[in-house]
Design a protein around this ligand. Structure first.
Ligand code: MN3
Length: 232
C-alpha cells in the first residue's frame, strides 16, 4: 500500500501568530507531500517493502537494496519526522506540562526551565538542517538529541516524545533567517498532552520488553529442566 500524506490534526491557520498559515500550507502540502511521493517512487517495484511502516524501514535499512537505500532513508525519515512534528503542535499548546511528564522532566533535567533552555540551545545552535528531539532512553530517562537530515533517533534505541523541525523551510517565510525567534514562538504551540501520551506509550513499550525478557528467561529455565528430565 502506498504511503499517504496525513491530514494536519488542525486547520492550517490555527497556530497563528506563532506559526503562520502560509508556512503551514507550504510545509505540509509541498515539503511533506514531496517526501511521501519520493518514498513511494523509491519503493516502486519493491513489493516486499511497500507494506512496511516508515519506522520499520528506518530500523532495517540494511534490508533495503543499496540503489534505493539513501532515498528511503531520507524520505521515510522525512515522512516519519514531519508526521510527529504536526502532532507535537496544537492551538491549545504552550505553557508547561504537568503530571508524570513534568516529573520525568524534573528528574532528568532538574527543572522545566533547565530542560527548555537546553532544548532551545540545542535547536538554536544546530548547524544546518535537522531535527531536535526529546527522547526516552531504554531506562526511561529523558534526553535531548539532534539528528542531521531526516534521521530518526529510534535507530539509536531512543523513543521520540517531542520533535522540532529546524530545516529552514519550517520558518523562513515568516522568520526568514531568525531561527531563534521561530524557536521562541514554537514553545507557545507545543502540545504537551501529545508529549505526555508519547511518554506513556514509551513506558508501556519498555514494560512490555521487560515482560518479554522475563518470559524468555522463564522459558529457557523450563526448557533446561525438560532437557534434564529427558536425560534422566
Ligand atoms: Mn520540514
Amino acid at each position: 500500500m502506498a504511503h499517504k500524506l496525513p491530514d494536519l490534526p488542525y486547520d492550517y491557520g490555527v497556530l497563528e501568530p506563532h506559526i503562520d498559515t502560509r508556512t503551514m500550507i507550504v510545509h505540509h502540502d509541498k515539503h511533506h507531500q514531496a517526501y511521501v511521493n519520493n518514498l513511494n517512487a523509491a519503493l516502486e517495484g519493491h513489493e516486499e517493502l511497500q507494506d512496511k511502516s516508515t519506522i520499520e524501514l528506518l530500523l532495517h535499512l540494511d534490508e533495503v537494496p543499496e540503489g534505493i537505500r539513501t532515498a528511503v532513508r531520507n524520505n521515510a525519515g522525512g515522512h516519519a519526522a514531519h508526521t510527529m512534528f504536526w502532532q507535537c503542535m496544537s492551538p491549545k499548546g504552550g505553557g508547561e506540562p504537568d503530571g508524570k511528564l513534568a516529573e520525568a522532566i524534573d528528574d532528568s533535567f532538574g527543572s522545566f526551565g533547565a530542560f527548555q533552555a537546553a532544548f532551545t540551545k540545542a535547536a538554536a545552535g544546530y548547524f544546518g538542517s535537522g531535527w531536535i528531539w526529546l527522547c526516552a532512553d531504554t531506562g526511561g530517562k529523558l534526553q535531548i538529541t539532534t539528528t542531521p537530515g531526516h534521521d530518526n533517533p529510534v535507530v539509536d534505541g531512543l523513543m521520540p516524545l517531542l520533535v522540532l523541525d529546524v530545516w529552514e523551510h519550517a520558518y523562513y517565510l515568516k522568520y526568514e533567517n531568525r531561527r531563534a525567534e521561530f524557536i521562541a514562538a514554537w514553545w507557545n504551540v507545543v502540545n504537551w498532552d501529545c508529549v505526555a501520551a508519547n511518554l506513556t506509550a514509551a513506558k508501556i513499550a519498555l514494560g512490555l520488553d521487560k515482560v518479554a525478557d522475563w518470559a524468555r528467561s522463564t522459558w529457557d529455565k523450563l526448557e533446561a529442566g525438560l532437557d534434564k528430565l529427558d536425560r534422566s
